[in-house]
Design a protein around this ligand. Structure first.
Ligand code: SF4
Ligand code: SF4
Length: 195
């Protein structure tokens, strides 16, 4: 399986939840919105999700969002270093995958975080390239990328990860675990709140 296909189909680390992570109501994020989309449809989707978020417990939403942001900030420096060491010379860039999209959990997080949302889905046509891929890599900050683009460790990056000190490896795995758990809880609460 190529790097691209792994990125499109792999799930993040499936480690058991620790007591500090929120209760997880389901094990997999919805695939809703994981498809090509026009910018008009994207804008309408953001608006709809924003409207649906109204009436949710804002303290709980903020708790999930802050936990996700904190963990992304933690892993960002490591992941950027791995990219700087490898991506320019990569022969099978994962960003060329055609099935990388923002999903519903990404959109809920983007809207509820207050971060500037990207102007559209990764592509409007199924055969198009990701619109955010530039000559210098991804144009989006890690916080505003589809989550699959946040956590993905290709084989080369995994080799760098395994060179880290064990406490660093554990801290990174914990951060990914936290992100996953809070995203699942945020999405579950969004889907079940009465508004
Ligand atoms: S993360 Fe970088 S090195 Fe790894 S598959 Fe993607 S482009 Fe290649
Ligand atoms: S959003 Fe960024 S990291 Fe993800 S596929 Fe597109 S260019 Fe690559």
């Amino acid at each position: 399986m190529t790097q691209r296909r792994r990125r499109e189909h792999s799930l993040p680390f499936q480690k058991p939840m620790s007591v500090t992570t929120p209760a997880v109501h389901h094990l997999e994020e919805s695939s809703l919105y994981r498809h090509p989309m026009s910018d008009a449809k994207w804008a309408a989707t953001l608006k709809k999700v924003s409207s649906n978020l109204e009436g949710m417990d804002s303290d709980r939403v903020r708790c999930h969002v802050n936990a996700i942001l904190k963990s992304i900030e933690f892993v960002d420096g490591f992941m950027e270093r791995y990219c700087s060491l490898t991506c320019a010379a990569c022969e099978d860039p994962c960003c060329h995958g055609k099935k990388i999209f923002f999903n519903q959990a990404d959109i809920i997080f983007l809207v509820s975080s207050g971060l500037p949302a990207p102007p559209g889905q990764t592509r409007s046509q199924s055969d198009g390239m990701c619109r955010y891929l530039s000559a210098n890599g991804c144009e989006l900050s890690r916080k505003t990328r589809p989550y699959v683009c946040v956590w993905f460790l290709c084989e080369t990056h995994m080799s760098h990860f395994l060179e880290e000190e064990i406490p660093v490896q554990k801290a990174m795995l914990k951060a990914f675990e936290q992100i996953r758990a809070h995203r699942l809880s945020l999405e579950a609460e969004y889907q079940t709140h009465p508004g």
